[in-house]
Design a protein around this ligand. Sequence first.
Ligand code: NOJ
Length: 528
Amino acid sequence: MKLDNNSWWKEGVFYQIYPSSFADSNSDGIGDLPGIISKLPYLENLGIDAIWLSPIYPSPMADFGYDVAHYCDIDPIFGTMDDFNDLLKKAHEKGIKIILDLVFNHTSHLHPWFLESRSSRNNPKRDWYIWADPLKGKRPPNNWQSVFGGKAWEWDQSTGQFYLHSFAREQPDLNWRNPEVRKALFEVIRFWLTKGVDGFRLDVVNYFLKDEKLRSNPWKPGLRPYDMQHHFHDKDQPETPLLMKEIRQVVDEFPGRMTVGEVDSRDLKKIALYYGTEDGLHLNFNFNFLEQPWNPGKFQSAVLGWEKILKEKGWPAYTLSNHDVPRHMSRYGNCPERARIAAAMLLSLRGTPFLYYGEEIGMQQVRLPRHQIKDPVGRRYWPFHPGRDGSRTPMQWDESPNAGFTAGNPWLPVSPNYQYINCNQQEKDTGSLLNFYRDLIACRKKSEALRRGSIRFLKDKPEGVLAYERTTAREKVLIFLNFLPEKIELTPPAARSYTTLFTRPDRPAKLQKGKLFLPPHSLIFLKC
Ligand code: NOJ
């Protein structure tokens, strides 16, 4: 089934690849583009429609690619521009779209723009970044803190000013209020879209603009200094959503492309501001969803709350794992049964599902000893925060050394459980999590209601069950997910007839004489 060119980003299944950790073709221990190309048949078989590649641009890797030193090139550790063109071509041949990660809040401190900017106060690019004079006693211009810890201002001895970095000091913030900066970044968008890239994930969009007067944030109680402030002035400025409209205009010069914003906020109303069916970002992540405990009621409230705010105007995007948070397999107790229910939920809610590499085989969070930690967050906050490496460990392909990820020395350790959690083993096992994901995605592909239907939660159901219906003019599907390790019986709404679209073959849920019998951690999609 081919997805419509204008709505593929609503109906398709996205798969996030963290390039350093997916597949290494040249044995340097770091995943690369030829490695990803070699795994396209696997991804095609899984049934995904689009790949989101975390950054692949030249970078000194202070934040593992989220510190970009050149926006229109490929870091040699990942390959060459020819490799990228090849990936794009081969993915497209398989009907798989590719979206790139645009890191536009900041560049690397080694980006030529920043090198120029810091070279002198009179440099024409001085105003491309956010520079400010010290307060009396060489104190920073205000109280802003870096998300990664410490002050958000770095002193530049040679020019006698501070520059702003919302993240690491190697990631100076761009000044989006400067029209030349906008122009240059819009050209980056055009560069990749001209190549044929299908869209972008936009890093921390709500940080792009800051208070023009650089006013200090008010303090509040919190754990780390960053959490001890109301972020009134260093992010979420009223003009930022307007900036998204400008970005959208550029993207719309190329039909059929999409954008998904990372809005670092838990305030649903604020996240919604970045949306626009016609003139804002197509999708935005809402991380409230992935922060829910293993409780169907909590997921229901999270979805309902979001539906209410987005109304008709926006299409939700859901994810349970990414490169910044612990893998959901482990957050929910390393229980493969729960992983099946979580997958069924993610792939049947109204919204675009984003999978994170390895979740389809149940990869777990890895605990690293301090000396193996690479992530700047972990290096600063260990053991209080072990950092994000634990969800970025190499993909577990098979039971050969290093899980078949590399013939070299992997840049992050491979999980010790790869001998029994890997793709090769799960390929062979019809009851595996991998095959469960495949069947689920195939089922979603065939059902118009699952892909684009409206959603309504069923009120009359036992506590451990999440139950909803997805409806289009032509199709209605009821979804029942048993979150508990015990069997549950319920009475589904009356219907003329029911057909089972999907259930676990090893634990089939059954409809008998108007009653639905759900074995422990089972599920059923009923078409009526
Ligand atoms: C959000 C990205 O997801 C994260 O990995 C990165 O460290 C920060 N933005 C800074 O770019």
